[in-house]
Design a protein around this ligand. Structure first.
Ligand SMILES: NC(=O)c1ccc[n+]([C@@H]2O[C@H](COP(=O)([O-])OP(=O)(O)OC[C@H]3O[C@@H](n4cnc5c(N)ncnc54)[C@H](O)[C@@H]3O)[C@@H](O)[C@H]2O)c1
Length: 371
């Protein structure tokens, strides 16, 4: 693991999720930019102290030489390090599971694409919400045509934690996110807008062709956007609305997707993730529950517990890691294309960074832009 030092948010989540199914174990890391803090994190994770490295280059060099070397690298650092760490890992021969956004800029993701294609090593991207059973169910419902042609999509992703300028007082997660040099140019759009965009395409199977976005920095003196609204034209002619904000006071992680077809619609909310609501033009409302025996094979395959035992964020993350473990096994046994289409990878990386870049450009021009 690179990142995930003391006080980090997502590194420890990756550790728990990766280990949930007993197929992956955290054994080494460069957890912080400080050697001392990396060592402290190694103690926290209870790994061999010799494998809590001072920096990621030292880690890759040392691990390459071990008989029991790491099998892959998880990248959980601030965004500006995603490309250099991925590149160094690939050059050392290790597959990469990266957190989003794939890179800090669009130009960087094009480099990443080239590097992955040259390295011919697996690359995964942890768009967490793709791991929820009912997101898989929603995706299969859209693909089945049950809803009819999708004509409208609405995705909201509302958080309130950046309602005040907490980056000025050094709040760890806010400080680098508000610094374009460490984060990239897209603030809210890059942090959570990219999740909303991915979820929209992942569930509906539709693709953006054009968009018009307005990005605002609502909090005075904030250096990146903290609120964004985008209209997105989809490749079947439907329109989507993406409303994302980190200054929506009182909101926690208010991600909600609605997709409306000719015959019916679906709604999924991350804060109530074990229920999928379906409403029909000519029929009664339906609620599907996670772990229902009636769910699609794809949804049941990623459910661990019987009905009434709620699964959530950690389990969804673990679904991606379980699929990733399968990818590594298939890759090691010589499979040509080991990445299942349910697991976000390079295509999601490039499209997500393209979305951020296009949204910034549209907001600057105050006009529609082609995707
Ligand atoms: N998938 C999700 O739902 C999700 C959720 C939160 C964050 N993220 C992503 O995860 C990444 C990390 O976010 P976070 O909130 O955990 O940030 P964080 O600030 O809490 O943690 C970042 C960690 O990286 C370490 N780090 C910084 N420079 C380093 C270096 N040179 N070498 C090794 N470690 C270094 C820091 O010391 C820290 O421990 C971001 O890219 C973010 O977008 C994804």
């Amino acid at each position: 693991m690179v990142g995930g030092g003391p006080g980090a948010f997502i590194g420890p989540v990756h550790r728990m999720a990766a280990e949930l199914d007993g197929e992956i174990e955290l054994v080494a890391g460069a957890f912080s930019q400080s050697a001392e803090r990396s060592r402290a994190a190694g103690e926290m994770y209870r790994i061999d102290p010799d494998r809590a490295y001072a920096d990621y280059r030292t880690m890759l060099e040392a691990e390459r030489k071990r008989d029991d070397a790491i099998d892959f690298v998880a990248i959980v650092t601030p965004n500006y390090l995603h490309l250099p760490v991925a590149e160094a890992a690939f050059r050392a021969g290790f597959p990469v599971m990266s957190d989003k956004p794939a890179t800090a800029t669009y130009a960087e993701v094009l480099s990443l694409e080239q590097i992955v294609n040259e390295a011919r090593l697996p690359y995964g991207l942890t768009h967490t919400y793709a791991g929820y059973a009912l997101v898989r169910e929603a995706r299969e419902i859209c693909a089945s045509g049950e809803l009819g042609t999708i004509r409208k999509v609405a995705v909201e992703y509302l958080q309130g934690w950046l309602s005040r300028p907490i980056e000025m007082s050094g709040q760890k997660q806010a400080a680098w996110r508000a610094n374009p040099a460490l984060n990239g140019p897209g603030g809210c759009i890059g942090d959570i807008g990219v999740h909303a965009f991915h979820l929209m395409e992942y569930v509906t199977g539709l693709h953006a062709t054009a968009l018009q976005a307005t990005l605002l920095s609502v909090v005075a003196e904030r250096r990146v956007d903290d609120d964004c609204t985008a209209l997105v034209e989809l490749d079947n002619g439907a329109q989507a609305v993406l409303m994302t904000s980190q200054i929506a006071s009182g909101e926690g992680n208010g991600l909600r997707l609605r997709a409306y077809g000719e015959a019916g619609s679906l709604e999924w909310r991350q804060e109530d993730p074990n229920r999928l609501r379906l409403r029909w033009l000519d029929g009664p409302e339906e609620i599907r529950h996670a772990s229902g025996s009636y769910l699609s094979d794809g949804a049941r395959a990623v459910t661990r517990l019987p009905g009434g035992h709620p699964e959530g964020y950690l389990e969804a993350f673990a679904v991606l890691y379980r699929e990733w473990a399968g990818v590594l096994r298939a890759w090691k046994s010589g499979a040509a294309n080991p990445i299942p289409e349910t697991l976000p990878g390079l295509n999601a990386a490039v499209r997500g960074m393209r979305f951020i870049e296009r949204a910034i450009e549209s907001s600057r021009q105050k006009s529609w832009v082609r995707f």
